[in-house]
Design a protein around this ligand. Structure first.
Ligand code: SF4
Ligand code: SF4
Length: 402
């Protein structure tokens, strides 16, 4: 497909999203919150710039103007710069949270990405390899499926063949944030409700890295395969370690599945918080530490889950909970969202180092995370950096105090 194929740029957007584009007043309020702009100083990634350019593309390729202005040709360099800006964004949604007219940017940006993919302009860099890696191995990292979670299951958890409760480790957790998946499984085991998992070869990608990079071809197959497998195990509630998986499953799986899902998805922090409240789980040990909790974008702004992790941490005797200046639905992205961390690695490291700096300034003993993408970028950002703080996943931490 040629990037200048003269169909309109509106094919991937809903009517509501077209109205959102029109509603942007270019007020610039959202500029204060964009983490990419904060570390690069580049305004091209900012929402008003992206929206202004995209509206120009729509005008040039729609209706009368297309006929009047040479078939709506758009400058190739502008298209390429725009594509980079759209894919450099972490889709953190902080701009949407601050938007004065309520534009839901966490949903809008992926659709702009999809449009650029349809024109053969995106995705960028290593993102292009994701479909092949998922097809070949079941995960976007291209790692062997047999290694997915064989490293902990046999010795540490009793996994039921069938159960109403299912656990989906997710690719980033299983391959890049193993301690957090181990923490999840230990916490689930401690609650004692039987839970089931798919065998490592069957637990494939939830589709989020493909969805978020606008590459939709494999999605229907992945969703049907996973949803069918969990339904066959009798799962009614599917627990995930990754907020992006929960977003993908609850919001987007039904459209690829073709009907309502036979189960609901839930983040591990929701389930464990409920177990603590119901006294199905208790904390036995104290922890004399200052903890600072980072809200992941897709957990806080995506799902509105901000209090459950804090409730869990506040139940640990002796622990003092600190807050980042930007917290809850106003949190700053870790830098790795939207499949940006592999391609725009320097941005991701610089953004996470802002969190390290603040955690150090507030004298936190540990920086607590609850998302495998945050966990993965944290390790890379700490490497060779002159400021250091211990990083821990919330379930990894909890498993220390049972
Ligand atoms: S979603 Fe996040 S990274 Fe993307 S433009 Fe908005 S604030 Fe910036
Ligand atoms: S805050 Fe909303 S309306 Fe204002 S520039 Fe940003 S996206 Fe546009």
């Amino acid at each position: 497909m040629n990037s200048q194929d003269s169909f309109s740029f509106t094919r991937c957007l809903s009517g509501g999203q077209l109205l959102e584009l029109d509603a942007c007043t270019q007020c610039g309020e959202c500029l204060k919150y964009c983490p990419v702009q904060e570390v690069t100083g580049d305004r091209s990634v900012s929402p008003p710039e992206k929206i202004r350019h995209f509206k120009e593309f729509i005008k040039k390729t729609s209706g009368l103007r297309r006929w009047l202005f040479a078939g709506g040709r758009i400058d190739e360099n502008l298209l390429q710069d725009f594509t980079k800006a759209v894919f450099e964004c972490t889709t953190c949604g902080a701009c949407g949270q601050a938007c004065t007219v309520g534009i839901h940017t966490q949903r809008l940006w992926p659709m702009l990405r999809r449009e650029m993919v349809k024109r053969g302009l995106g995705p960028v860099g290593q993102q292009k390899e994701t479909p092949e890696a998922v097809s070949r191995t079941g995960n976007p990292y291209g790692k062997p499926s047999g290694e997915r979670f064989s490293w902990f299951l046999a010795s540490e958890a009793k996994v039921a063949e069938k159960a109403k409760l299912g656990y989906y480790a997710g690719c980033t957790g299983a391959y890049e944030a193993k301690p957090m998946v181990r923490g999840d499984v230990l916490a689930l085991s401690r609650v004692g409700e039987p839970f089931t998992m798919l065998p490592p070869e069957e637990e494939v990608c939830c589709g989020f890295p493909l969805f978020i990079t606008g590459q939709f071809e494999l999605l229907e197959g992945l969703v049907k395969r996973l949803a069918g497998a969990y339904a066959a195990k009798g799962v009614e509630t599917l627990i995930c370690s990754c907020p992006c998986c929960v977003n993908m499953i609850s919001r987007d799986w039904p459209s690829f599945y073709g009907r309502r899902l036979p189960f609901r998805a839930m983040h591990i922090s929701q389930y464990i918080d409920r177990a603590l409240r119901d006294s199905r789980l208790s904390i036995a040990k104290a922890l004399d530490e200052r903890l600072i909790y980072h809200d992941p974008c897709y957990l806080s702004r995506g799902l509105g889950i901000t209090e459950e992790p804090r409730d869990i941490l506040s139940r640990i005797p002796g622990a003092k909970l600190l807050e980042f200046e930007r917290n809850r639905t106003n949190s700053r992205c870790c830098g790795s969202g939207g499949a940006a961390r592999k391609v725009f690695r320097d941005n991701a490291l610089a953004i996470f180092r802002l969190a390290i700096n603040e955690a150090c300034e507030k004298k936190a003993d540990r920086l607590v995370l609850s998302c495998p993408a945050c966990y993965s970028v944290a390790g890379a950002a700490l490497e060779g950096y002159d400021r250091q703080v211990d990083v821990v996943d919330i379930m990894e931490l909890l498993s220390e105090v049972f």
